[in-house]
Design a protein around this ligand. Structure first.
Ligand SMILES: [Zn+2]
Ligand SMILES: [Zn+2]
Length: 251
C-alpha cells in the first residue's frame, strides 16, 4: 500500500501545499482521501493528464471546504474536459455531500452532479473498493466528520480527518501500520473543544491505539509541522514524521 501526500495544509491552502488530499494506491486501486482547496492541480500532476478518469473512488472525511471543495473542479473536468471516466466516479462522504456540492457550484441539487458522481453515504458497515476494505467512524468536529481506515493484505492505514480528542479514532486506529493524524494545534493553547488535536494529543492517540507509525498533518500555514511532530514524539515512542506535499510512505 502506498500513501502519497498531495495536500496537507490545515484549514486552508498554504504557500507550500494545497489543503487536504491524500492518494492511497494498493491492489491496483487508486483512492483519493479528501480533495481540499488547491488539491486538484496536484492530483492532475500525480495521475497525469488523462488520469482523472482512472480514480476508483474519492472518500471525503467531512464537508469543510479544505476537504472537499475541489470536487467542483473535478466535476468540470469530468463534464466538460477530455476526461473519460466511462462510469460515474464513486464519491463517499457524509450525508448531504451531493446537495452541498451542487449548491457550492450554483446548480439545482436535482440532478446536481449525479451524472458524473455516484454519491454514497458512510454507515456503520465496512465496504470494499476492489480488494481494499474501508471502514469509518464518526469523530468529534463541529460538522459530521469521519475517520477512515483502509486495509489491504494485512496492511492498514488510518486517516483521522479533522477531530478533537476521540476514543472512536483510537478504536479505529487499533494496531494500524500508519496513523495519518491531524495535529492542527500546539500544546498549551486555549483551544476550542471538539475541533482539532494538538501534536501531543496526536501522539497520545497513536500510543493508545498501538499504531506502528504516526504521520502528523493538517498544520495550518502559520504553524510549523516539525513542531507538531516534535510534540507528538513526547507522547508516542514509535516513528513520527510530519506530512509535506509530495511525501510518500510504503506500507
Ligand atoms: Zn480541515
Ligand atoms: Zn474541518
Amino acid at each position: 500500500m502506498r500513501l502519497t501526500v498531495l495536500g496537507c495544509s490545515g484549514s486552508l491552502p498554504g504557500p507550500s501545499s494545497p489543503a487536504s488530499c491524500y492518494v492511497v494506491e494498493a491492489g491496483g486501486v487508486r483512492l483519493v482521501l479528501d480533495l481540499g482547496n488547491g488539491a486538484l492541480g496536484a492530483l492532475q500532476d500525480h495521475v497525469g493528464a488523462d488520469g482523472l478518469g482512472s480514480i476508483d473512488a474519492i472518500l471525503i472525511s467531512h464537508l469543510h471546504p479544505d476537504h472537499y471543495i475541489d470536487l467542483c473542479g473535478y466535476y468540470v473536468a469530468l463534464r466538460y474536459g477530455p476526461v473519460h471516466a466511462g462510469r460515474r466516479v464513486p464519491v463517499w462522504g457524509p450525508d448531504h455531500t451531493a446537495e452541498r456540492l451542487a449548491i457550492a457550484f450554483g446548480e439545482n441539487p436535482d440532478p446536481g452532479m449525479s451524472t458524473e458522481f455516484d454519491f454514497r453515504t458512510y454507515s456503520d458497515d465496512a465496504f470494499h473498493i476492489g480488494p481494499l476494505r474501508v471502514s469509518t467512524t464518526r469523530v468529534r468536529h463541529p460538522v459530521d466528520a469521519y475517520a477512515i481506515r483502509i486495509e489491504h493484505e494485512g496492511r492498514s492505514l488510518v486517516y483521522s480527518g479533522d477531530t478533537g480528542p476521540a476514543q472512536a479514532l483510537i478504536d479505529l486506529a487499533r494496531d494500524a501500520d500508519l496513523l495519518l493524524c491531524e495535529a492542527s494545534f500546539r500544546d498549551g493553547g486555549d483551544h476550542p473543544p471538539d475541533l482539532h488535536l494538538t501534536g501531543v494529543e496526536a501522539g497520545q492517540h497513536a500510543r493508545a491505539a498501538g499504531a506502528r507509525r504516526l504521520v502528523v498533518t493538517h498544520v495550518p500555514p502559520w504553524g510549523d509541522p516539525d513542531e507538531a511532530a516534535a510534540e507528538a514524539r513526547t507522547a508516542f515512542d514509535g516513528p513520527v514524521e510530519a506530512a509535506h506535499a509530495g511525501a510518500v510512505w510504503e506500507l
